[in-house]
Design a protein around this ligand. Structure first.
Ligand SMILES: [Zn+2]
Length: 443
């Protein structure tokens, strides 16, 4: 039965854990062709074109300022219009889990300053655009050397796994693997690898790769697509920024860069451990819900129960290590200090699409933040920015709103195995978003 007497805090983490489990067993069901893949939500038609351009502009800046090895950091950038400071635009930067005075935060902010200066020059037309663009690209990639090499290694690992496939490969797949092998082998420096990975995305091979990724139930080809996409992201972001800098000449003419001075260091209490699947489901959902093994396996296929239990065992072994996410901390900073966004466009830029909780948090803050691209993944270690819900009534209310949404979605899923989100890369950059896009050096 649903444990209504328990704290909102514990209930939130139970709902989040159930969401985490559901995402994994959906993936299991997919790999057995038990359910069909739902449509992944990306930037929808509700985005107005000019707003979309500014949003991608902020996301692109965030991508170029995120330097650490993949997965270690996420960078968020948002622009404030400071009425009291001659209308100066302040570009606030925040690197998650990094103290505002840490070397990583200072390095990211220095880099943002350098990029802004070049973009300002580009918007004024004082120097050749292409030269400024390539300088920014090389500078960004060189600073993210470890990150690039990490993606290179992961891509090589996925290619090796495909070669070892027991089912064998078609001649077309063998050719595709050869092409990707060549791409990685012939481009030893990080800059050439990233440049060639970007160029690869407009070839016929990339279209074939995207087709394989769509059809492959094991996701192995999708991972390959993802890592090539990641490697190409630096040039994609640099091109976008310099192609569009002139649209924001006004904003770029009077700016400053600042590091968000707050950090989320208050220790939150550890949520109540609940790693037994049956207990977890019984305590999360109302009594009339059938949460038996038979029901779950009816929805997700035979074996789903064991898959879910194994996942919970892994969660238990890891334990709780709650961490704030960059875009949620940035939204909290703008919200509590009632800061004004440039052009009243309440968008928080980030180097990654947002997870399920960050998306819900931005909605729950009632600050009417603009919608961000989403990965939709349910990370159970997500932590609310700001004060603990145990000491703050407003934080507690936000958690309640988020828990209600999480629970409602779980109930819908358990009634009708919806075509929900499948747990995947947090930073998925499907190549489709860049295919066919013009670029500066092709003009
Ligand atoms: Zn998040």
């Amino acid at each position: 039965m649903a444990d209504h007497g328990a704290s909102v805090y514990d209930h939130f983490y139970r709902c989040l854990t159930v969401q985490h489990v559901l995402q994994h067993i959906r993936r299991y069901a997919l790999s057995n062709a038990y359910i069909s893949r739902g449509e992944k939500k990306t930037r929808g038609p509700h985005f107005k074109k000019e707003e979309d351009c500014w949003h991608i502009f902020l996301d692109s800046l965030s991508i170029l300022c995120d330097h650490k090895t993949g997965g270690q950091t996420v960078t968020s950038i948002a622009a404030e219009l400071d009425h009291g400071n001659n209308g100066k635009r302040t570009f606030w930067i925040l690197v998650n889990r990094q103290h505002p005075e840490s070397e990583t935060a200072l390095r990211a902010s220095d880099h943002l300053n350098g990029l802004m200066e070049r973009l300002h020059q580009s918007a004024r037309g004082v120097q050749a655009n292409e030269q400024l663009m390539f300088e920014s690209f090389y500078d960004s990639v060189s600073k993210a050397r470890n990150r690039v090499n990490n993606y290179r290694k992961k891509l090589q690992g996925r290619i090796a796994a495909l070669k070892d496939r027991a089912t064998g490969l078609s001649p077309e797949e063998i050719l595709l693997i050869e092409k990707i092998d060549t791409l990685v082998d012939e481009n030893k420096t990080v800059c050439t690898l990233c440049k060639k990975a970007y160029e690869f995305r407009s070839t016929g091979h990339a279209r074939k790769l995207a087709e394989r990724a769509r059809k492959d139930p094991t996701d192995e080809w999708k991972h390959v697509c993802h890592f090539i996409g990641r490697l190409g992201a630096w040039l994609k972001a640099s091109l976008f920024l310099f192609e569009n800098a002139s649209c924001f000449a006004d904003i770029l003419s009077n700016y400053e860069v600042k590091i968000v001075p707050i950090g989320d260091y208050t220790r939150f209490s550890t949520p109540q451990p609940m790693w037994d699947l049956q207990r977890l489901l019984l305590h999360t959902l109302p009594t009339h819900f059938d949460v038996s093994k038979a029901r779950l396996e009816h929805l997700f296929g035979q074996g789903a129960w064991n898959v879910a239990n194994s996942l919970l065992e892994e969660c238990e072994a890891t334990g709780w290590r709650l961490k704030t996410h960059a875009e949620a901390s940035m939204a909290h900073f703008f919200f509590v200090e009632d800061r004004h966004f440039v052009n009243e466009d309440r968008y928080i830029g980030c180097s990654k699409p947002s997870c399920m909780c960050c998306e819900l948090y931005l909605e729950a803050l009632s600050g009417k933040f603009a919608q961000r691209p989403r990965s939709g993944n349910a990370w159970i270690q997500w932590r609310l920015p700001g004060p603990s819900p145990s000491t703050s009534a407003s934080a507690n209310a936000i958690m309640q709103r988020m828990a209600d949404r999480l629970q409602r979605d779980i109930e819908i899923e358990l009634i009708s195995a919806s075509k929900g989100h499948v747990f995947t890369h947090d930073s998925s950059t499907n190549m489709s978003s860049v295919l066919g896009r013009s670029s500066m050096h092709h003009q």
